[in-house]
Write a protein that binds this ligand. Structure first.
Ligand SMILES: [Zn+2]
Length: 336
């Protein structure tokens, strides 16, 4: 794969006990050291109007001022340092680069994946939240539309937390489809199946809140029966994956149980959806807090694009997960 990477993203300091640390990126890079076919790209910084296309100027200004003054606790768990402004700009730039690369034709072994931090999917239009300052995936999607490179963009968010920020930013917008699989009951508490979009965005939000303990097989069933058909019907030009690796079975902060091999299966499934929808495909890093599980899982995604054929799990899908998938279908997401 072609990985977007900027040293500037290491400068966002969150303190020695914060799970969202620069060591996450170091671990991913270490895990890819001897992998075949890895390429790193450090793209140019985006212009600020890409950020203000999805975030209020007043919020963006206050975040810059906050960092200039040395940073601190923005809220209970969202921490900034002086360098966080530059890191957040770099992270958003990597997101925009993914959209641009994918739409310019980078696919197969050249599929783009941004390794940015801070992550983005909790950041709403006028506030930082949940370790996130700029909504990297939203910036990427809106940039592609504003450039005229894409008419419609779909985002599938497999981070274990609901990407409330992406949902919120595009909730009333008909040209961005947002689908999320997340663990029910976790932060931030949104992502109910009845949240399906409003106005022009009605029917362009799809939430699948699985119970703790749900495994890879249920994710694959949801992709096959819900997300794939819905995205093919939406017919996007660009398909972005908000790739968080905290649904991993050994991640310290969640109870969903996707295996490392499972992330390979998810990757193969989203690649097939992109192919079927004839959409450009790119990945944007979100969360993932076990350093080994994070690096192993990113490597697994890469290996799938390098020719590895992941092994589907033999486990069966539990009844709660099946019932939830049926309930979501009743919200109108039957792919027709
Ligand atoms: Zn997360």
């Amino acid at each position: 794969m072609r990985f977007g990477y900027s040293e500037t993203c290491l400068d966002h300091e969150t303190g020695s006990r914060h799970p969202e640390s620069p060591d996450r990126l170091r671990a991913i890079k270490r895990g890819l050291t001897d992998a075949h076919g890895v390429e790193y790209v450090d793209p140019a910084l985006l212009s600020l109007d890409r950020i203000t296309a999805v975030h209020d100027e007043e919020y963006v200004d206050s975040f810059e001022t906050f960092c200039d003054a040395g940073g601190g606790n923005w809220d209970a768990d969202t921490v900034a340092s002086q360098e966080s402004w530059d890191a957040a700009l770099a992270s958003a730039s990597l997101g925009e680069w993914v959209a641009h690369e994918a739409l310019a034709g980078a696919s197969g072994r050249e599929t783009p994946f941004s390794l940015g931090r801070p992550p983005g999917h909790h950041a709403v239009g006028d506030d930082a939240m949940g370790f996130c300052f700029f909504n990297n995936a939203a910036v990427a999607a809106q940039s592609a539309i504003d450039n005229g490179d894409a008419e419609r963009v779909a985002i599938f968010d497999w981070d274990v937390h609901h990407g409330n920020g992406i949902q919120d930013i595009f909730y009333e917008q008909g040209n961005v489809f947002y689908a999320s699989i997340h663990e029910d009951g976790l932060y931030p508490g949104s992502g109910d199946i009845y949240e399906t979009g409003e106005g022009e965005g009605e029917g362009t939000t799809l939430n699948i809140p699985f119970d703790p303990g749900t495994t890879t097989a249920a994710y694959l069933l949801a992709l096959d029966e819900l997300i794939g058909p819905a995205i093919e019907a939406f017919d996007p030009d660009l398909f972005l994956i908000s790739a968080g690796f905290d649904p991993h079975e050994h991640d310290p902060i969640s109870r969903i149980r996707v295996s490392t091999e499972g992330f390979g299966c998810l990757t193969a499934a989203v690649r097939e959806i992109a192919d079927d929808a004839d959409a450009a495909l790119g990945f944007i890093l979100e969360g993932g807090y076990g350093l080994d599980t994070l690096s192993d899982s990113v490597r697994k995604v890469h290996e799938v694009f390098d020719g590895y054929d992941p092994v589907a799990p033999e486990e069966s899908v539990d009844e709660e997960a099946r019932d939830l998938i049926e309930a979501v279908k009743e919200q109108g997401f039957d792919g027709v």
